[in-house]
Design a protein around this ligand. Structure first.
Ligand code: MG
Length: 374
């Protein structure tokens, strides 16, 4: 801990509720531990990343995605000598607010909330709401009472209107400044992890092929060099070697471009980071390579008819549940009914639905709408 770089975050601005400092852990280790023990974290195991949760046991879920983001984050943080514990805490918490059924779940809930009450639903803000308010496990406060720095990292973006309601946490959006290096890293580690694990899962599912992937230059280069080194390698082992190499070379590239940026911008202390352009960033050529890959995945994986069919079904479930609970609050679980007078019906319904795992949402939907279950 005491050998961290001068631009690393080493102390906290504090927590929403005062607590004694931890005895044998750092403040950020305490945050990480609280996140791991939370209910929202365990729910991630049964929430979809891209492939619907029950489609296959080996596809990523929100939980394994979050663990991979934390692994990428830790690797880069170690190399840059910044605060690994803070990076890990942010990475593990970054998707706590995700709905069931991946992005389609969030988009549908967002549209339901807009139509019903003019408010939206955004998973980033929901992650913050979970750690600040919704977890119920401490005698002295709601939420997990995390440090400012972890909360700052969780809130990757928000509207100016929302920023005005968030006190200290909203200031950077109003002033247009950047967050800590640790927060910047967690953000880019998320993207790095999902781009490559989506390639991995896409190949595994058979929806995309290695031949198709050759149209992405970064992948074509890696495949050519792998073929040269291992002429007889094919099948699953080639696919796994490819993904491993892609992750490695992108992490190396990120470490190198960030080290350059730290020097170029004369970053010495955390305050320098807030005022500068993003420091934890890819080189220009890596940015365009990543864009090319994203475009490929969008066209060939995320929009593939088998993925779209499940999305269609998932959107119907979210909408059906939302309309049902809003039309008759007496079918909400009692613990949620009790919150309606304080938080408003729509927000309570959004909290309830977004907290569901995929299979819990299916079960609730069947319970309410399927005749055979009676
Ligand atoms: Mg994520």
């Amino acid at each position: 801990m005491n050998t961290l770089a001068s631009y690393a975050v080493t102390t906290t601005k504090g927590r929403l509720h005062n607590e004694d400092p931890p005895k044998y852990r750092s403040e950020f280790q305490r945050d990480r531990d609280r996140i791991i023990h939370s209910t929202a974290f365990r729910r991630l195991e049964y929430k979809t990343q891209v492939f619907i949760n029950h489609e296959g046991d080996l596809f990523r879920t929100r939980l394994t995605h979050s663990l991979e983001v934390a692994q990428v984050g830790r690797s880069v943080a170690n190399a840059l000598n910044i605060n690994v514990d803070l990076v890990e805490a942010i990475c593990l918490a970054h998707d706590l607010g995700h709905t069931p059924f991946g992005h389609i779940g969030q988009d549908e809930l967002n549209s339901c909330m807009h139509k019903a009450c003019g408010e939206g639903f955004e998973h980033n803000l929901q992650s913050l709401r979970i750690v600040d308010k919704l977890e119920e496990r401490y005698a002295d406060f709601d939420g997990l009472n995390l440090t400012f720095e972890t909360r700052e990292g969780i809130l990757k973006h928000c509207s100016l209107k929302t920023a005005k309601t968030l006190g200290d946490l909203g200031t950077r959006f109003l002033k247009g400044t950047e967050p800590s290096l640790e927060a910047q890293l967690a953000n880019i580690a998320d993207e790095l992890a999902y781009n490559f694990h989506d390639v991995d899962d896409g190949l595994r599912s058979g929806i995309i092929t290695l031949e198709q992937l050759r149209e992405v230059s970064i992948i074509d280069e890696q495949l050519t060099s792998l073929h040269k080194k291992y002429p007889n390698l094919d099948g699953r082992r080639l696919h796994k070697e490819l993904v491993r190499h892609l992750i490695n070379m992108t992490i190396y590239s990120l470490i190198e471009s960030t080290t350059d940026n730290l020097k170029k911008c004369n970053i010495e202390i955390p305050d320098d980071v807030y005022k500068a352009d993003p420091i934890v960033a890819y080189s220009e050529s890596m940015v365009s390579q990543q864009k090319e890959l994203k475009k490929f995945l969008h066209k060939n994986l995320y929009k593939h008819s088998s993925v779209m069919q499940l999305r269609f079904k998932s959107a119907n479930i979210i909408r059906g549940l939302f309309d049902a609970f809003v039309s008759d609050e007496s079918i909400l679980p009692e613990a949620y009914q009790k919150k309606v007078s304080v938080q408003g019906l729509h927000r309570v319904v959004a909290d309830y639905i977004s907290g569901m795992t995929d299979r819990y949402a299916y079960r609730q939907y069947n319970r309410l709408f399927t005749v055979e279950n009676i």
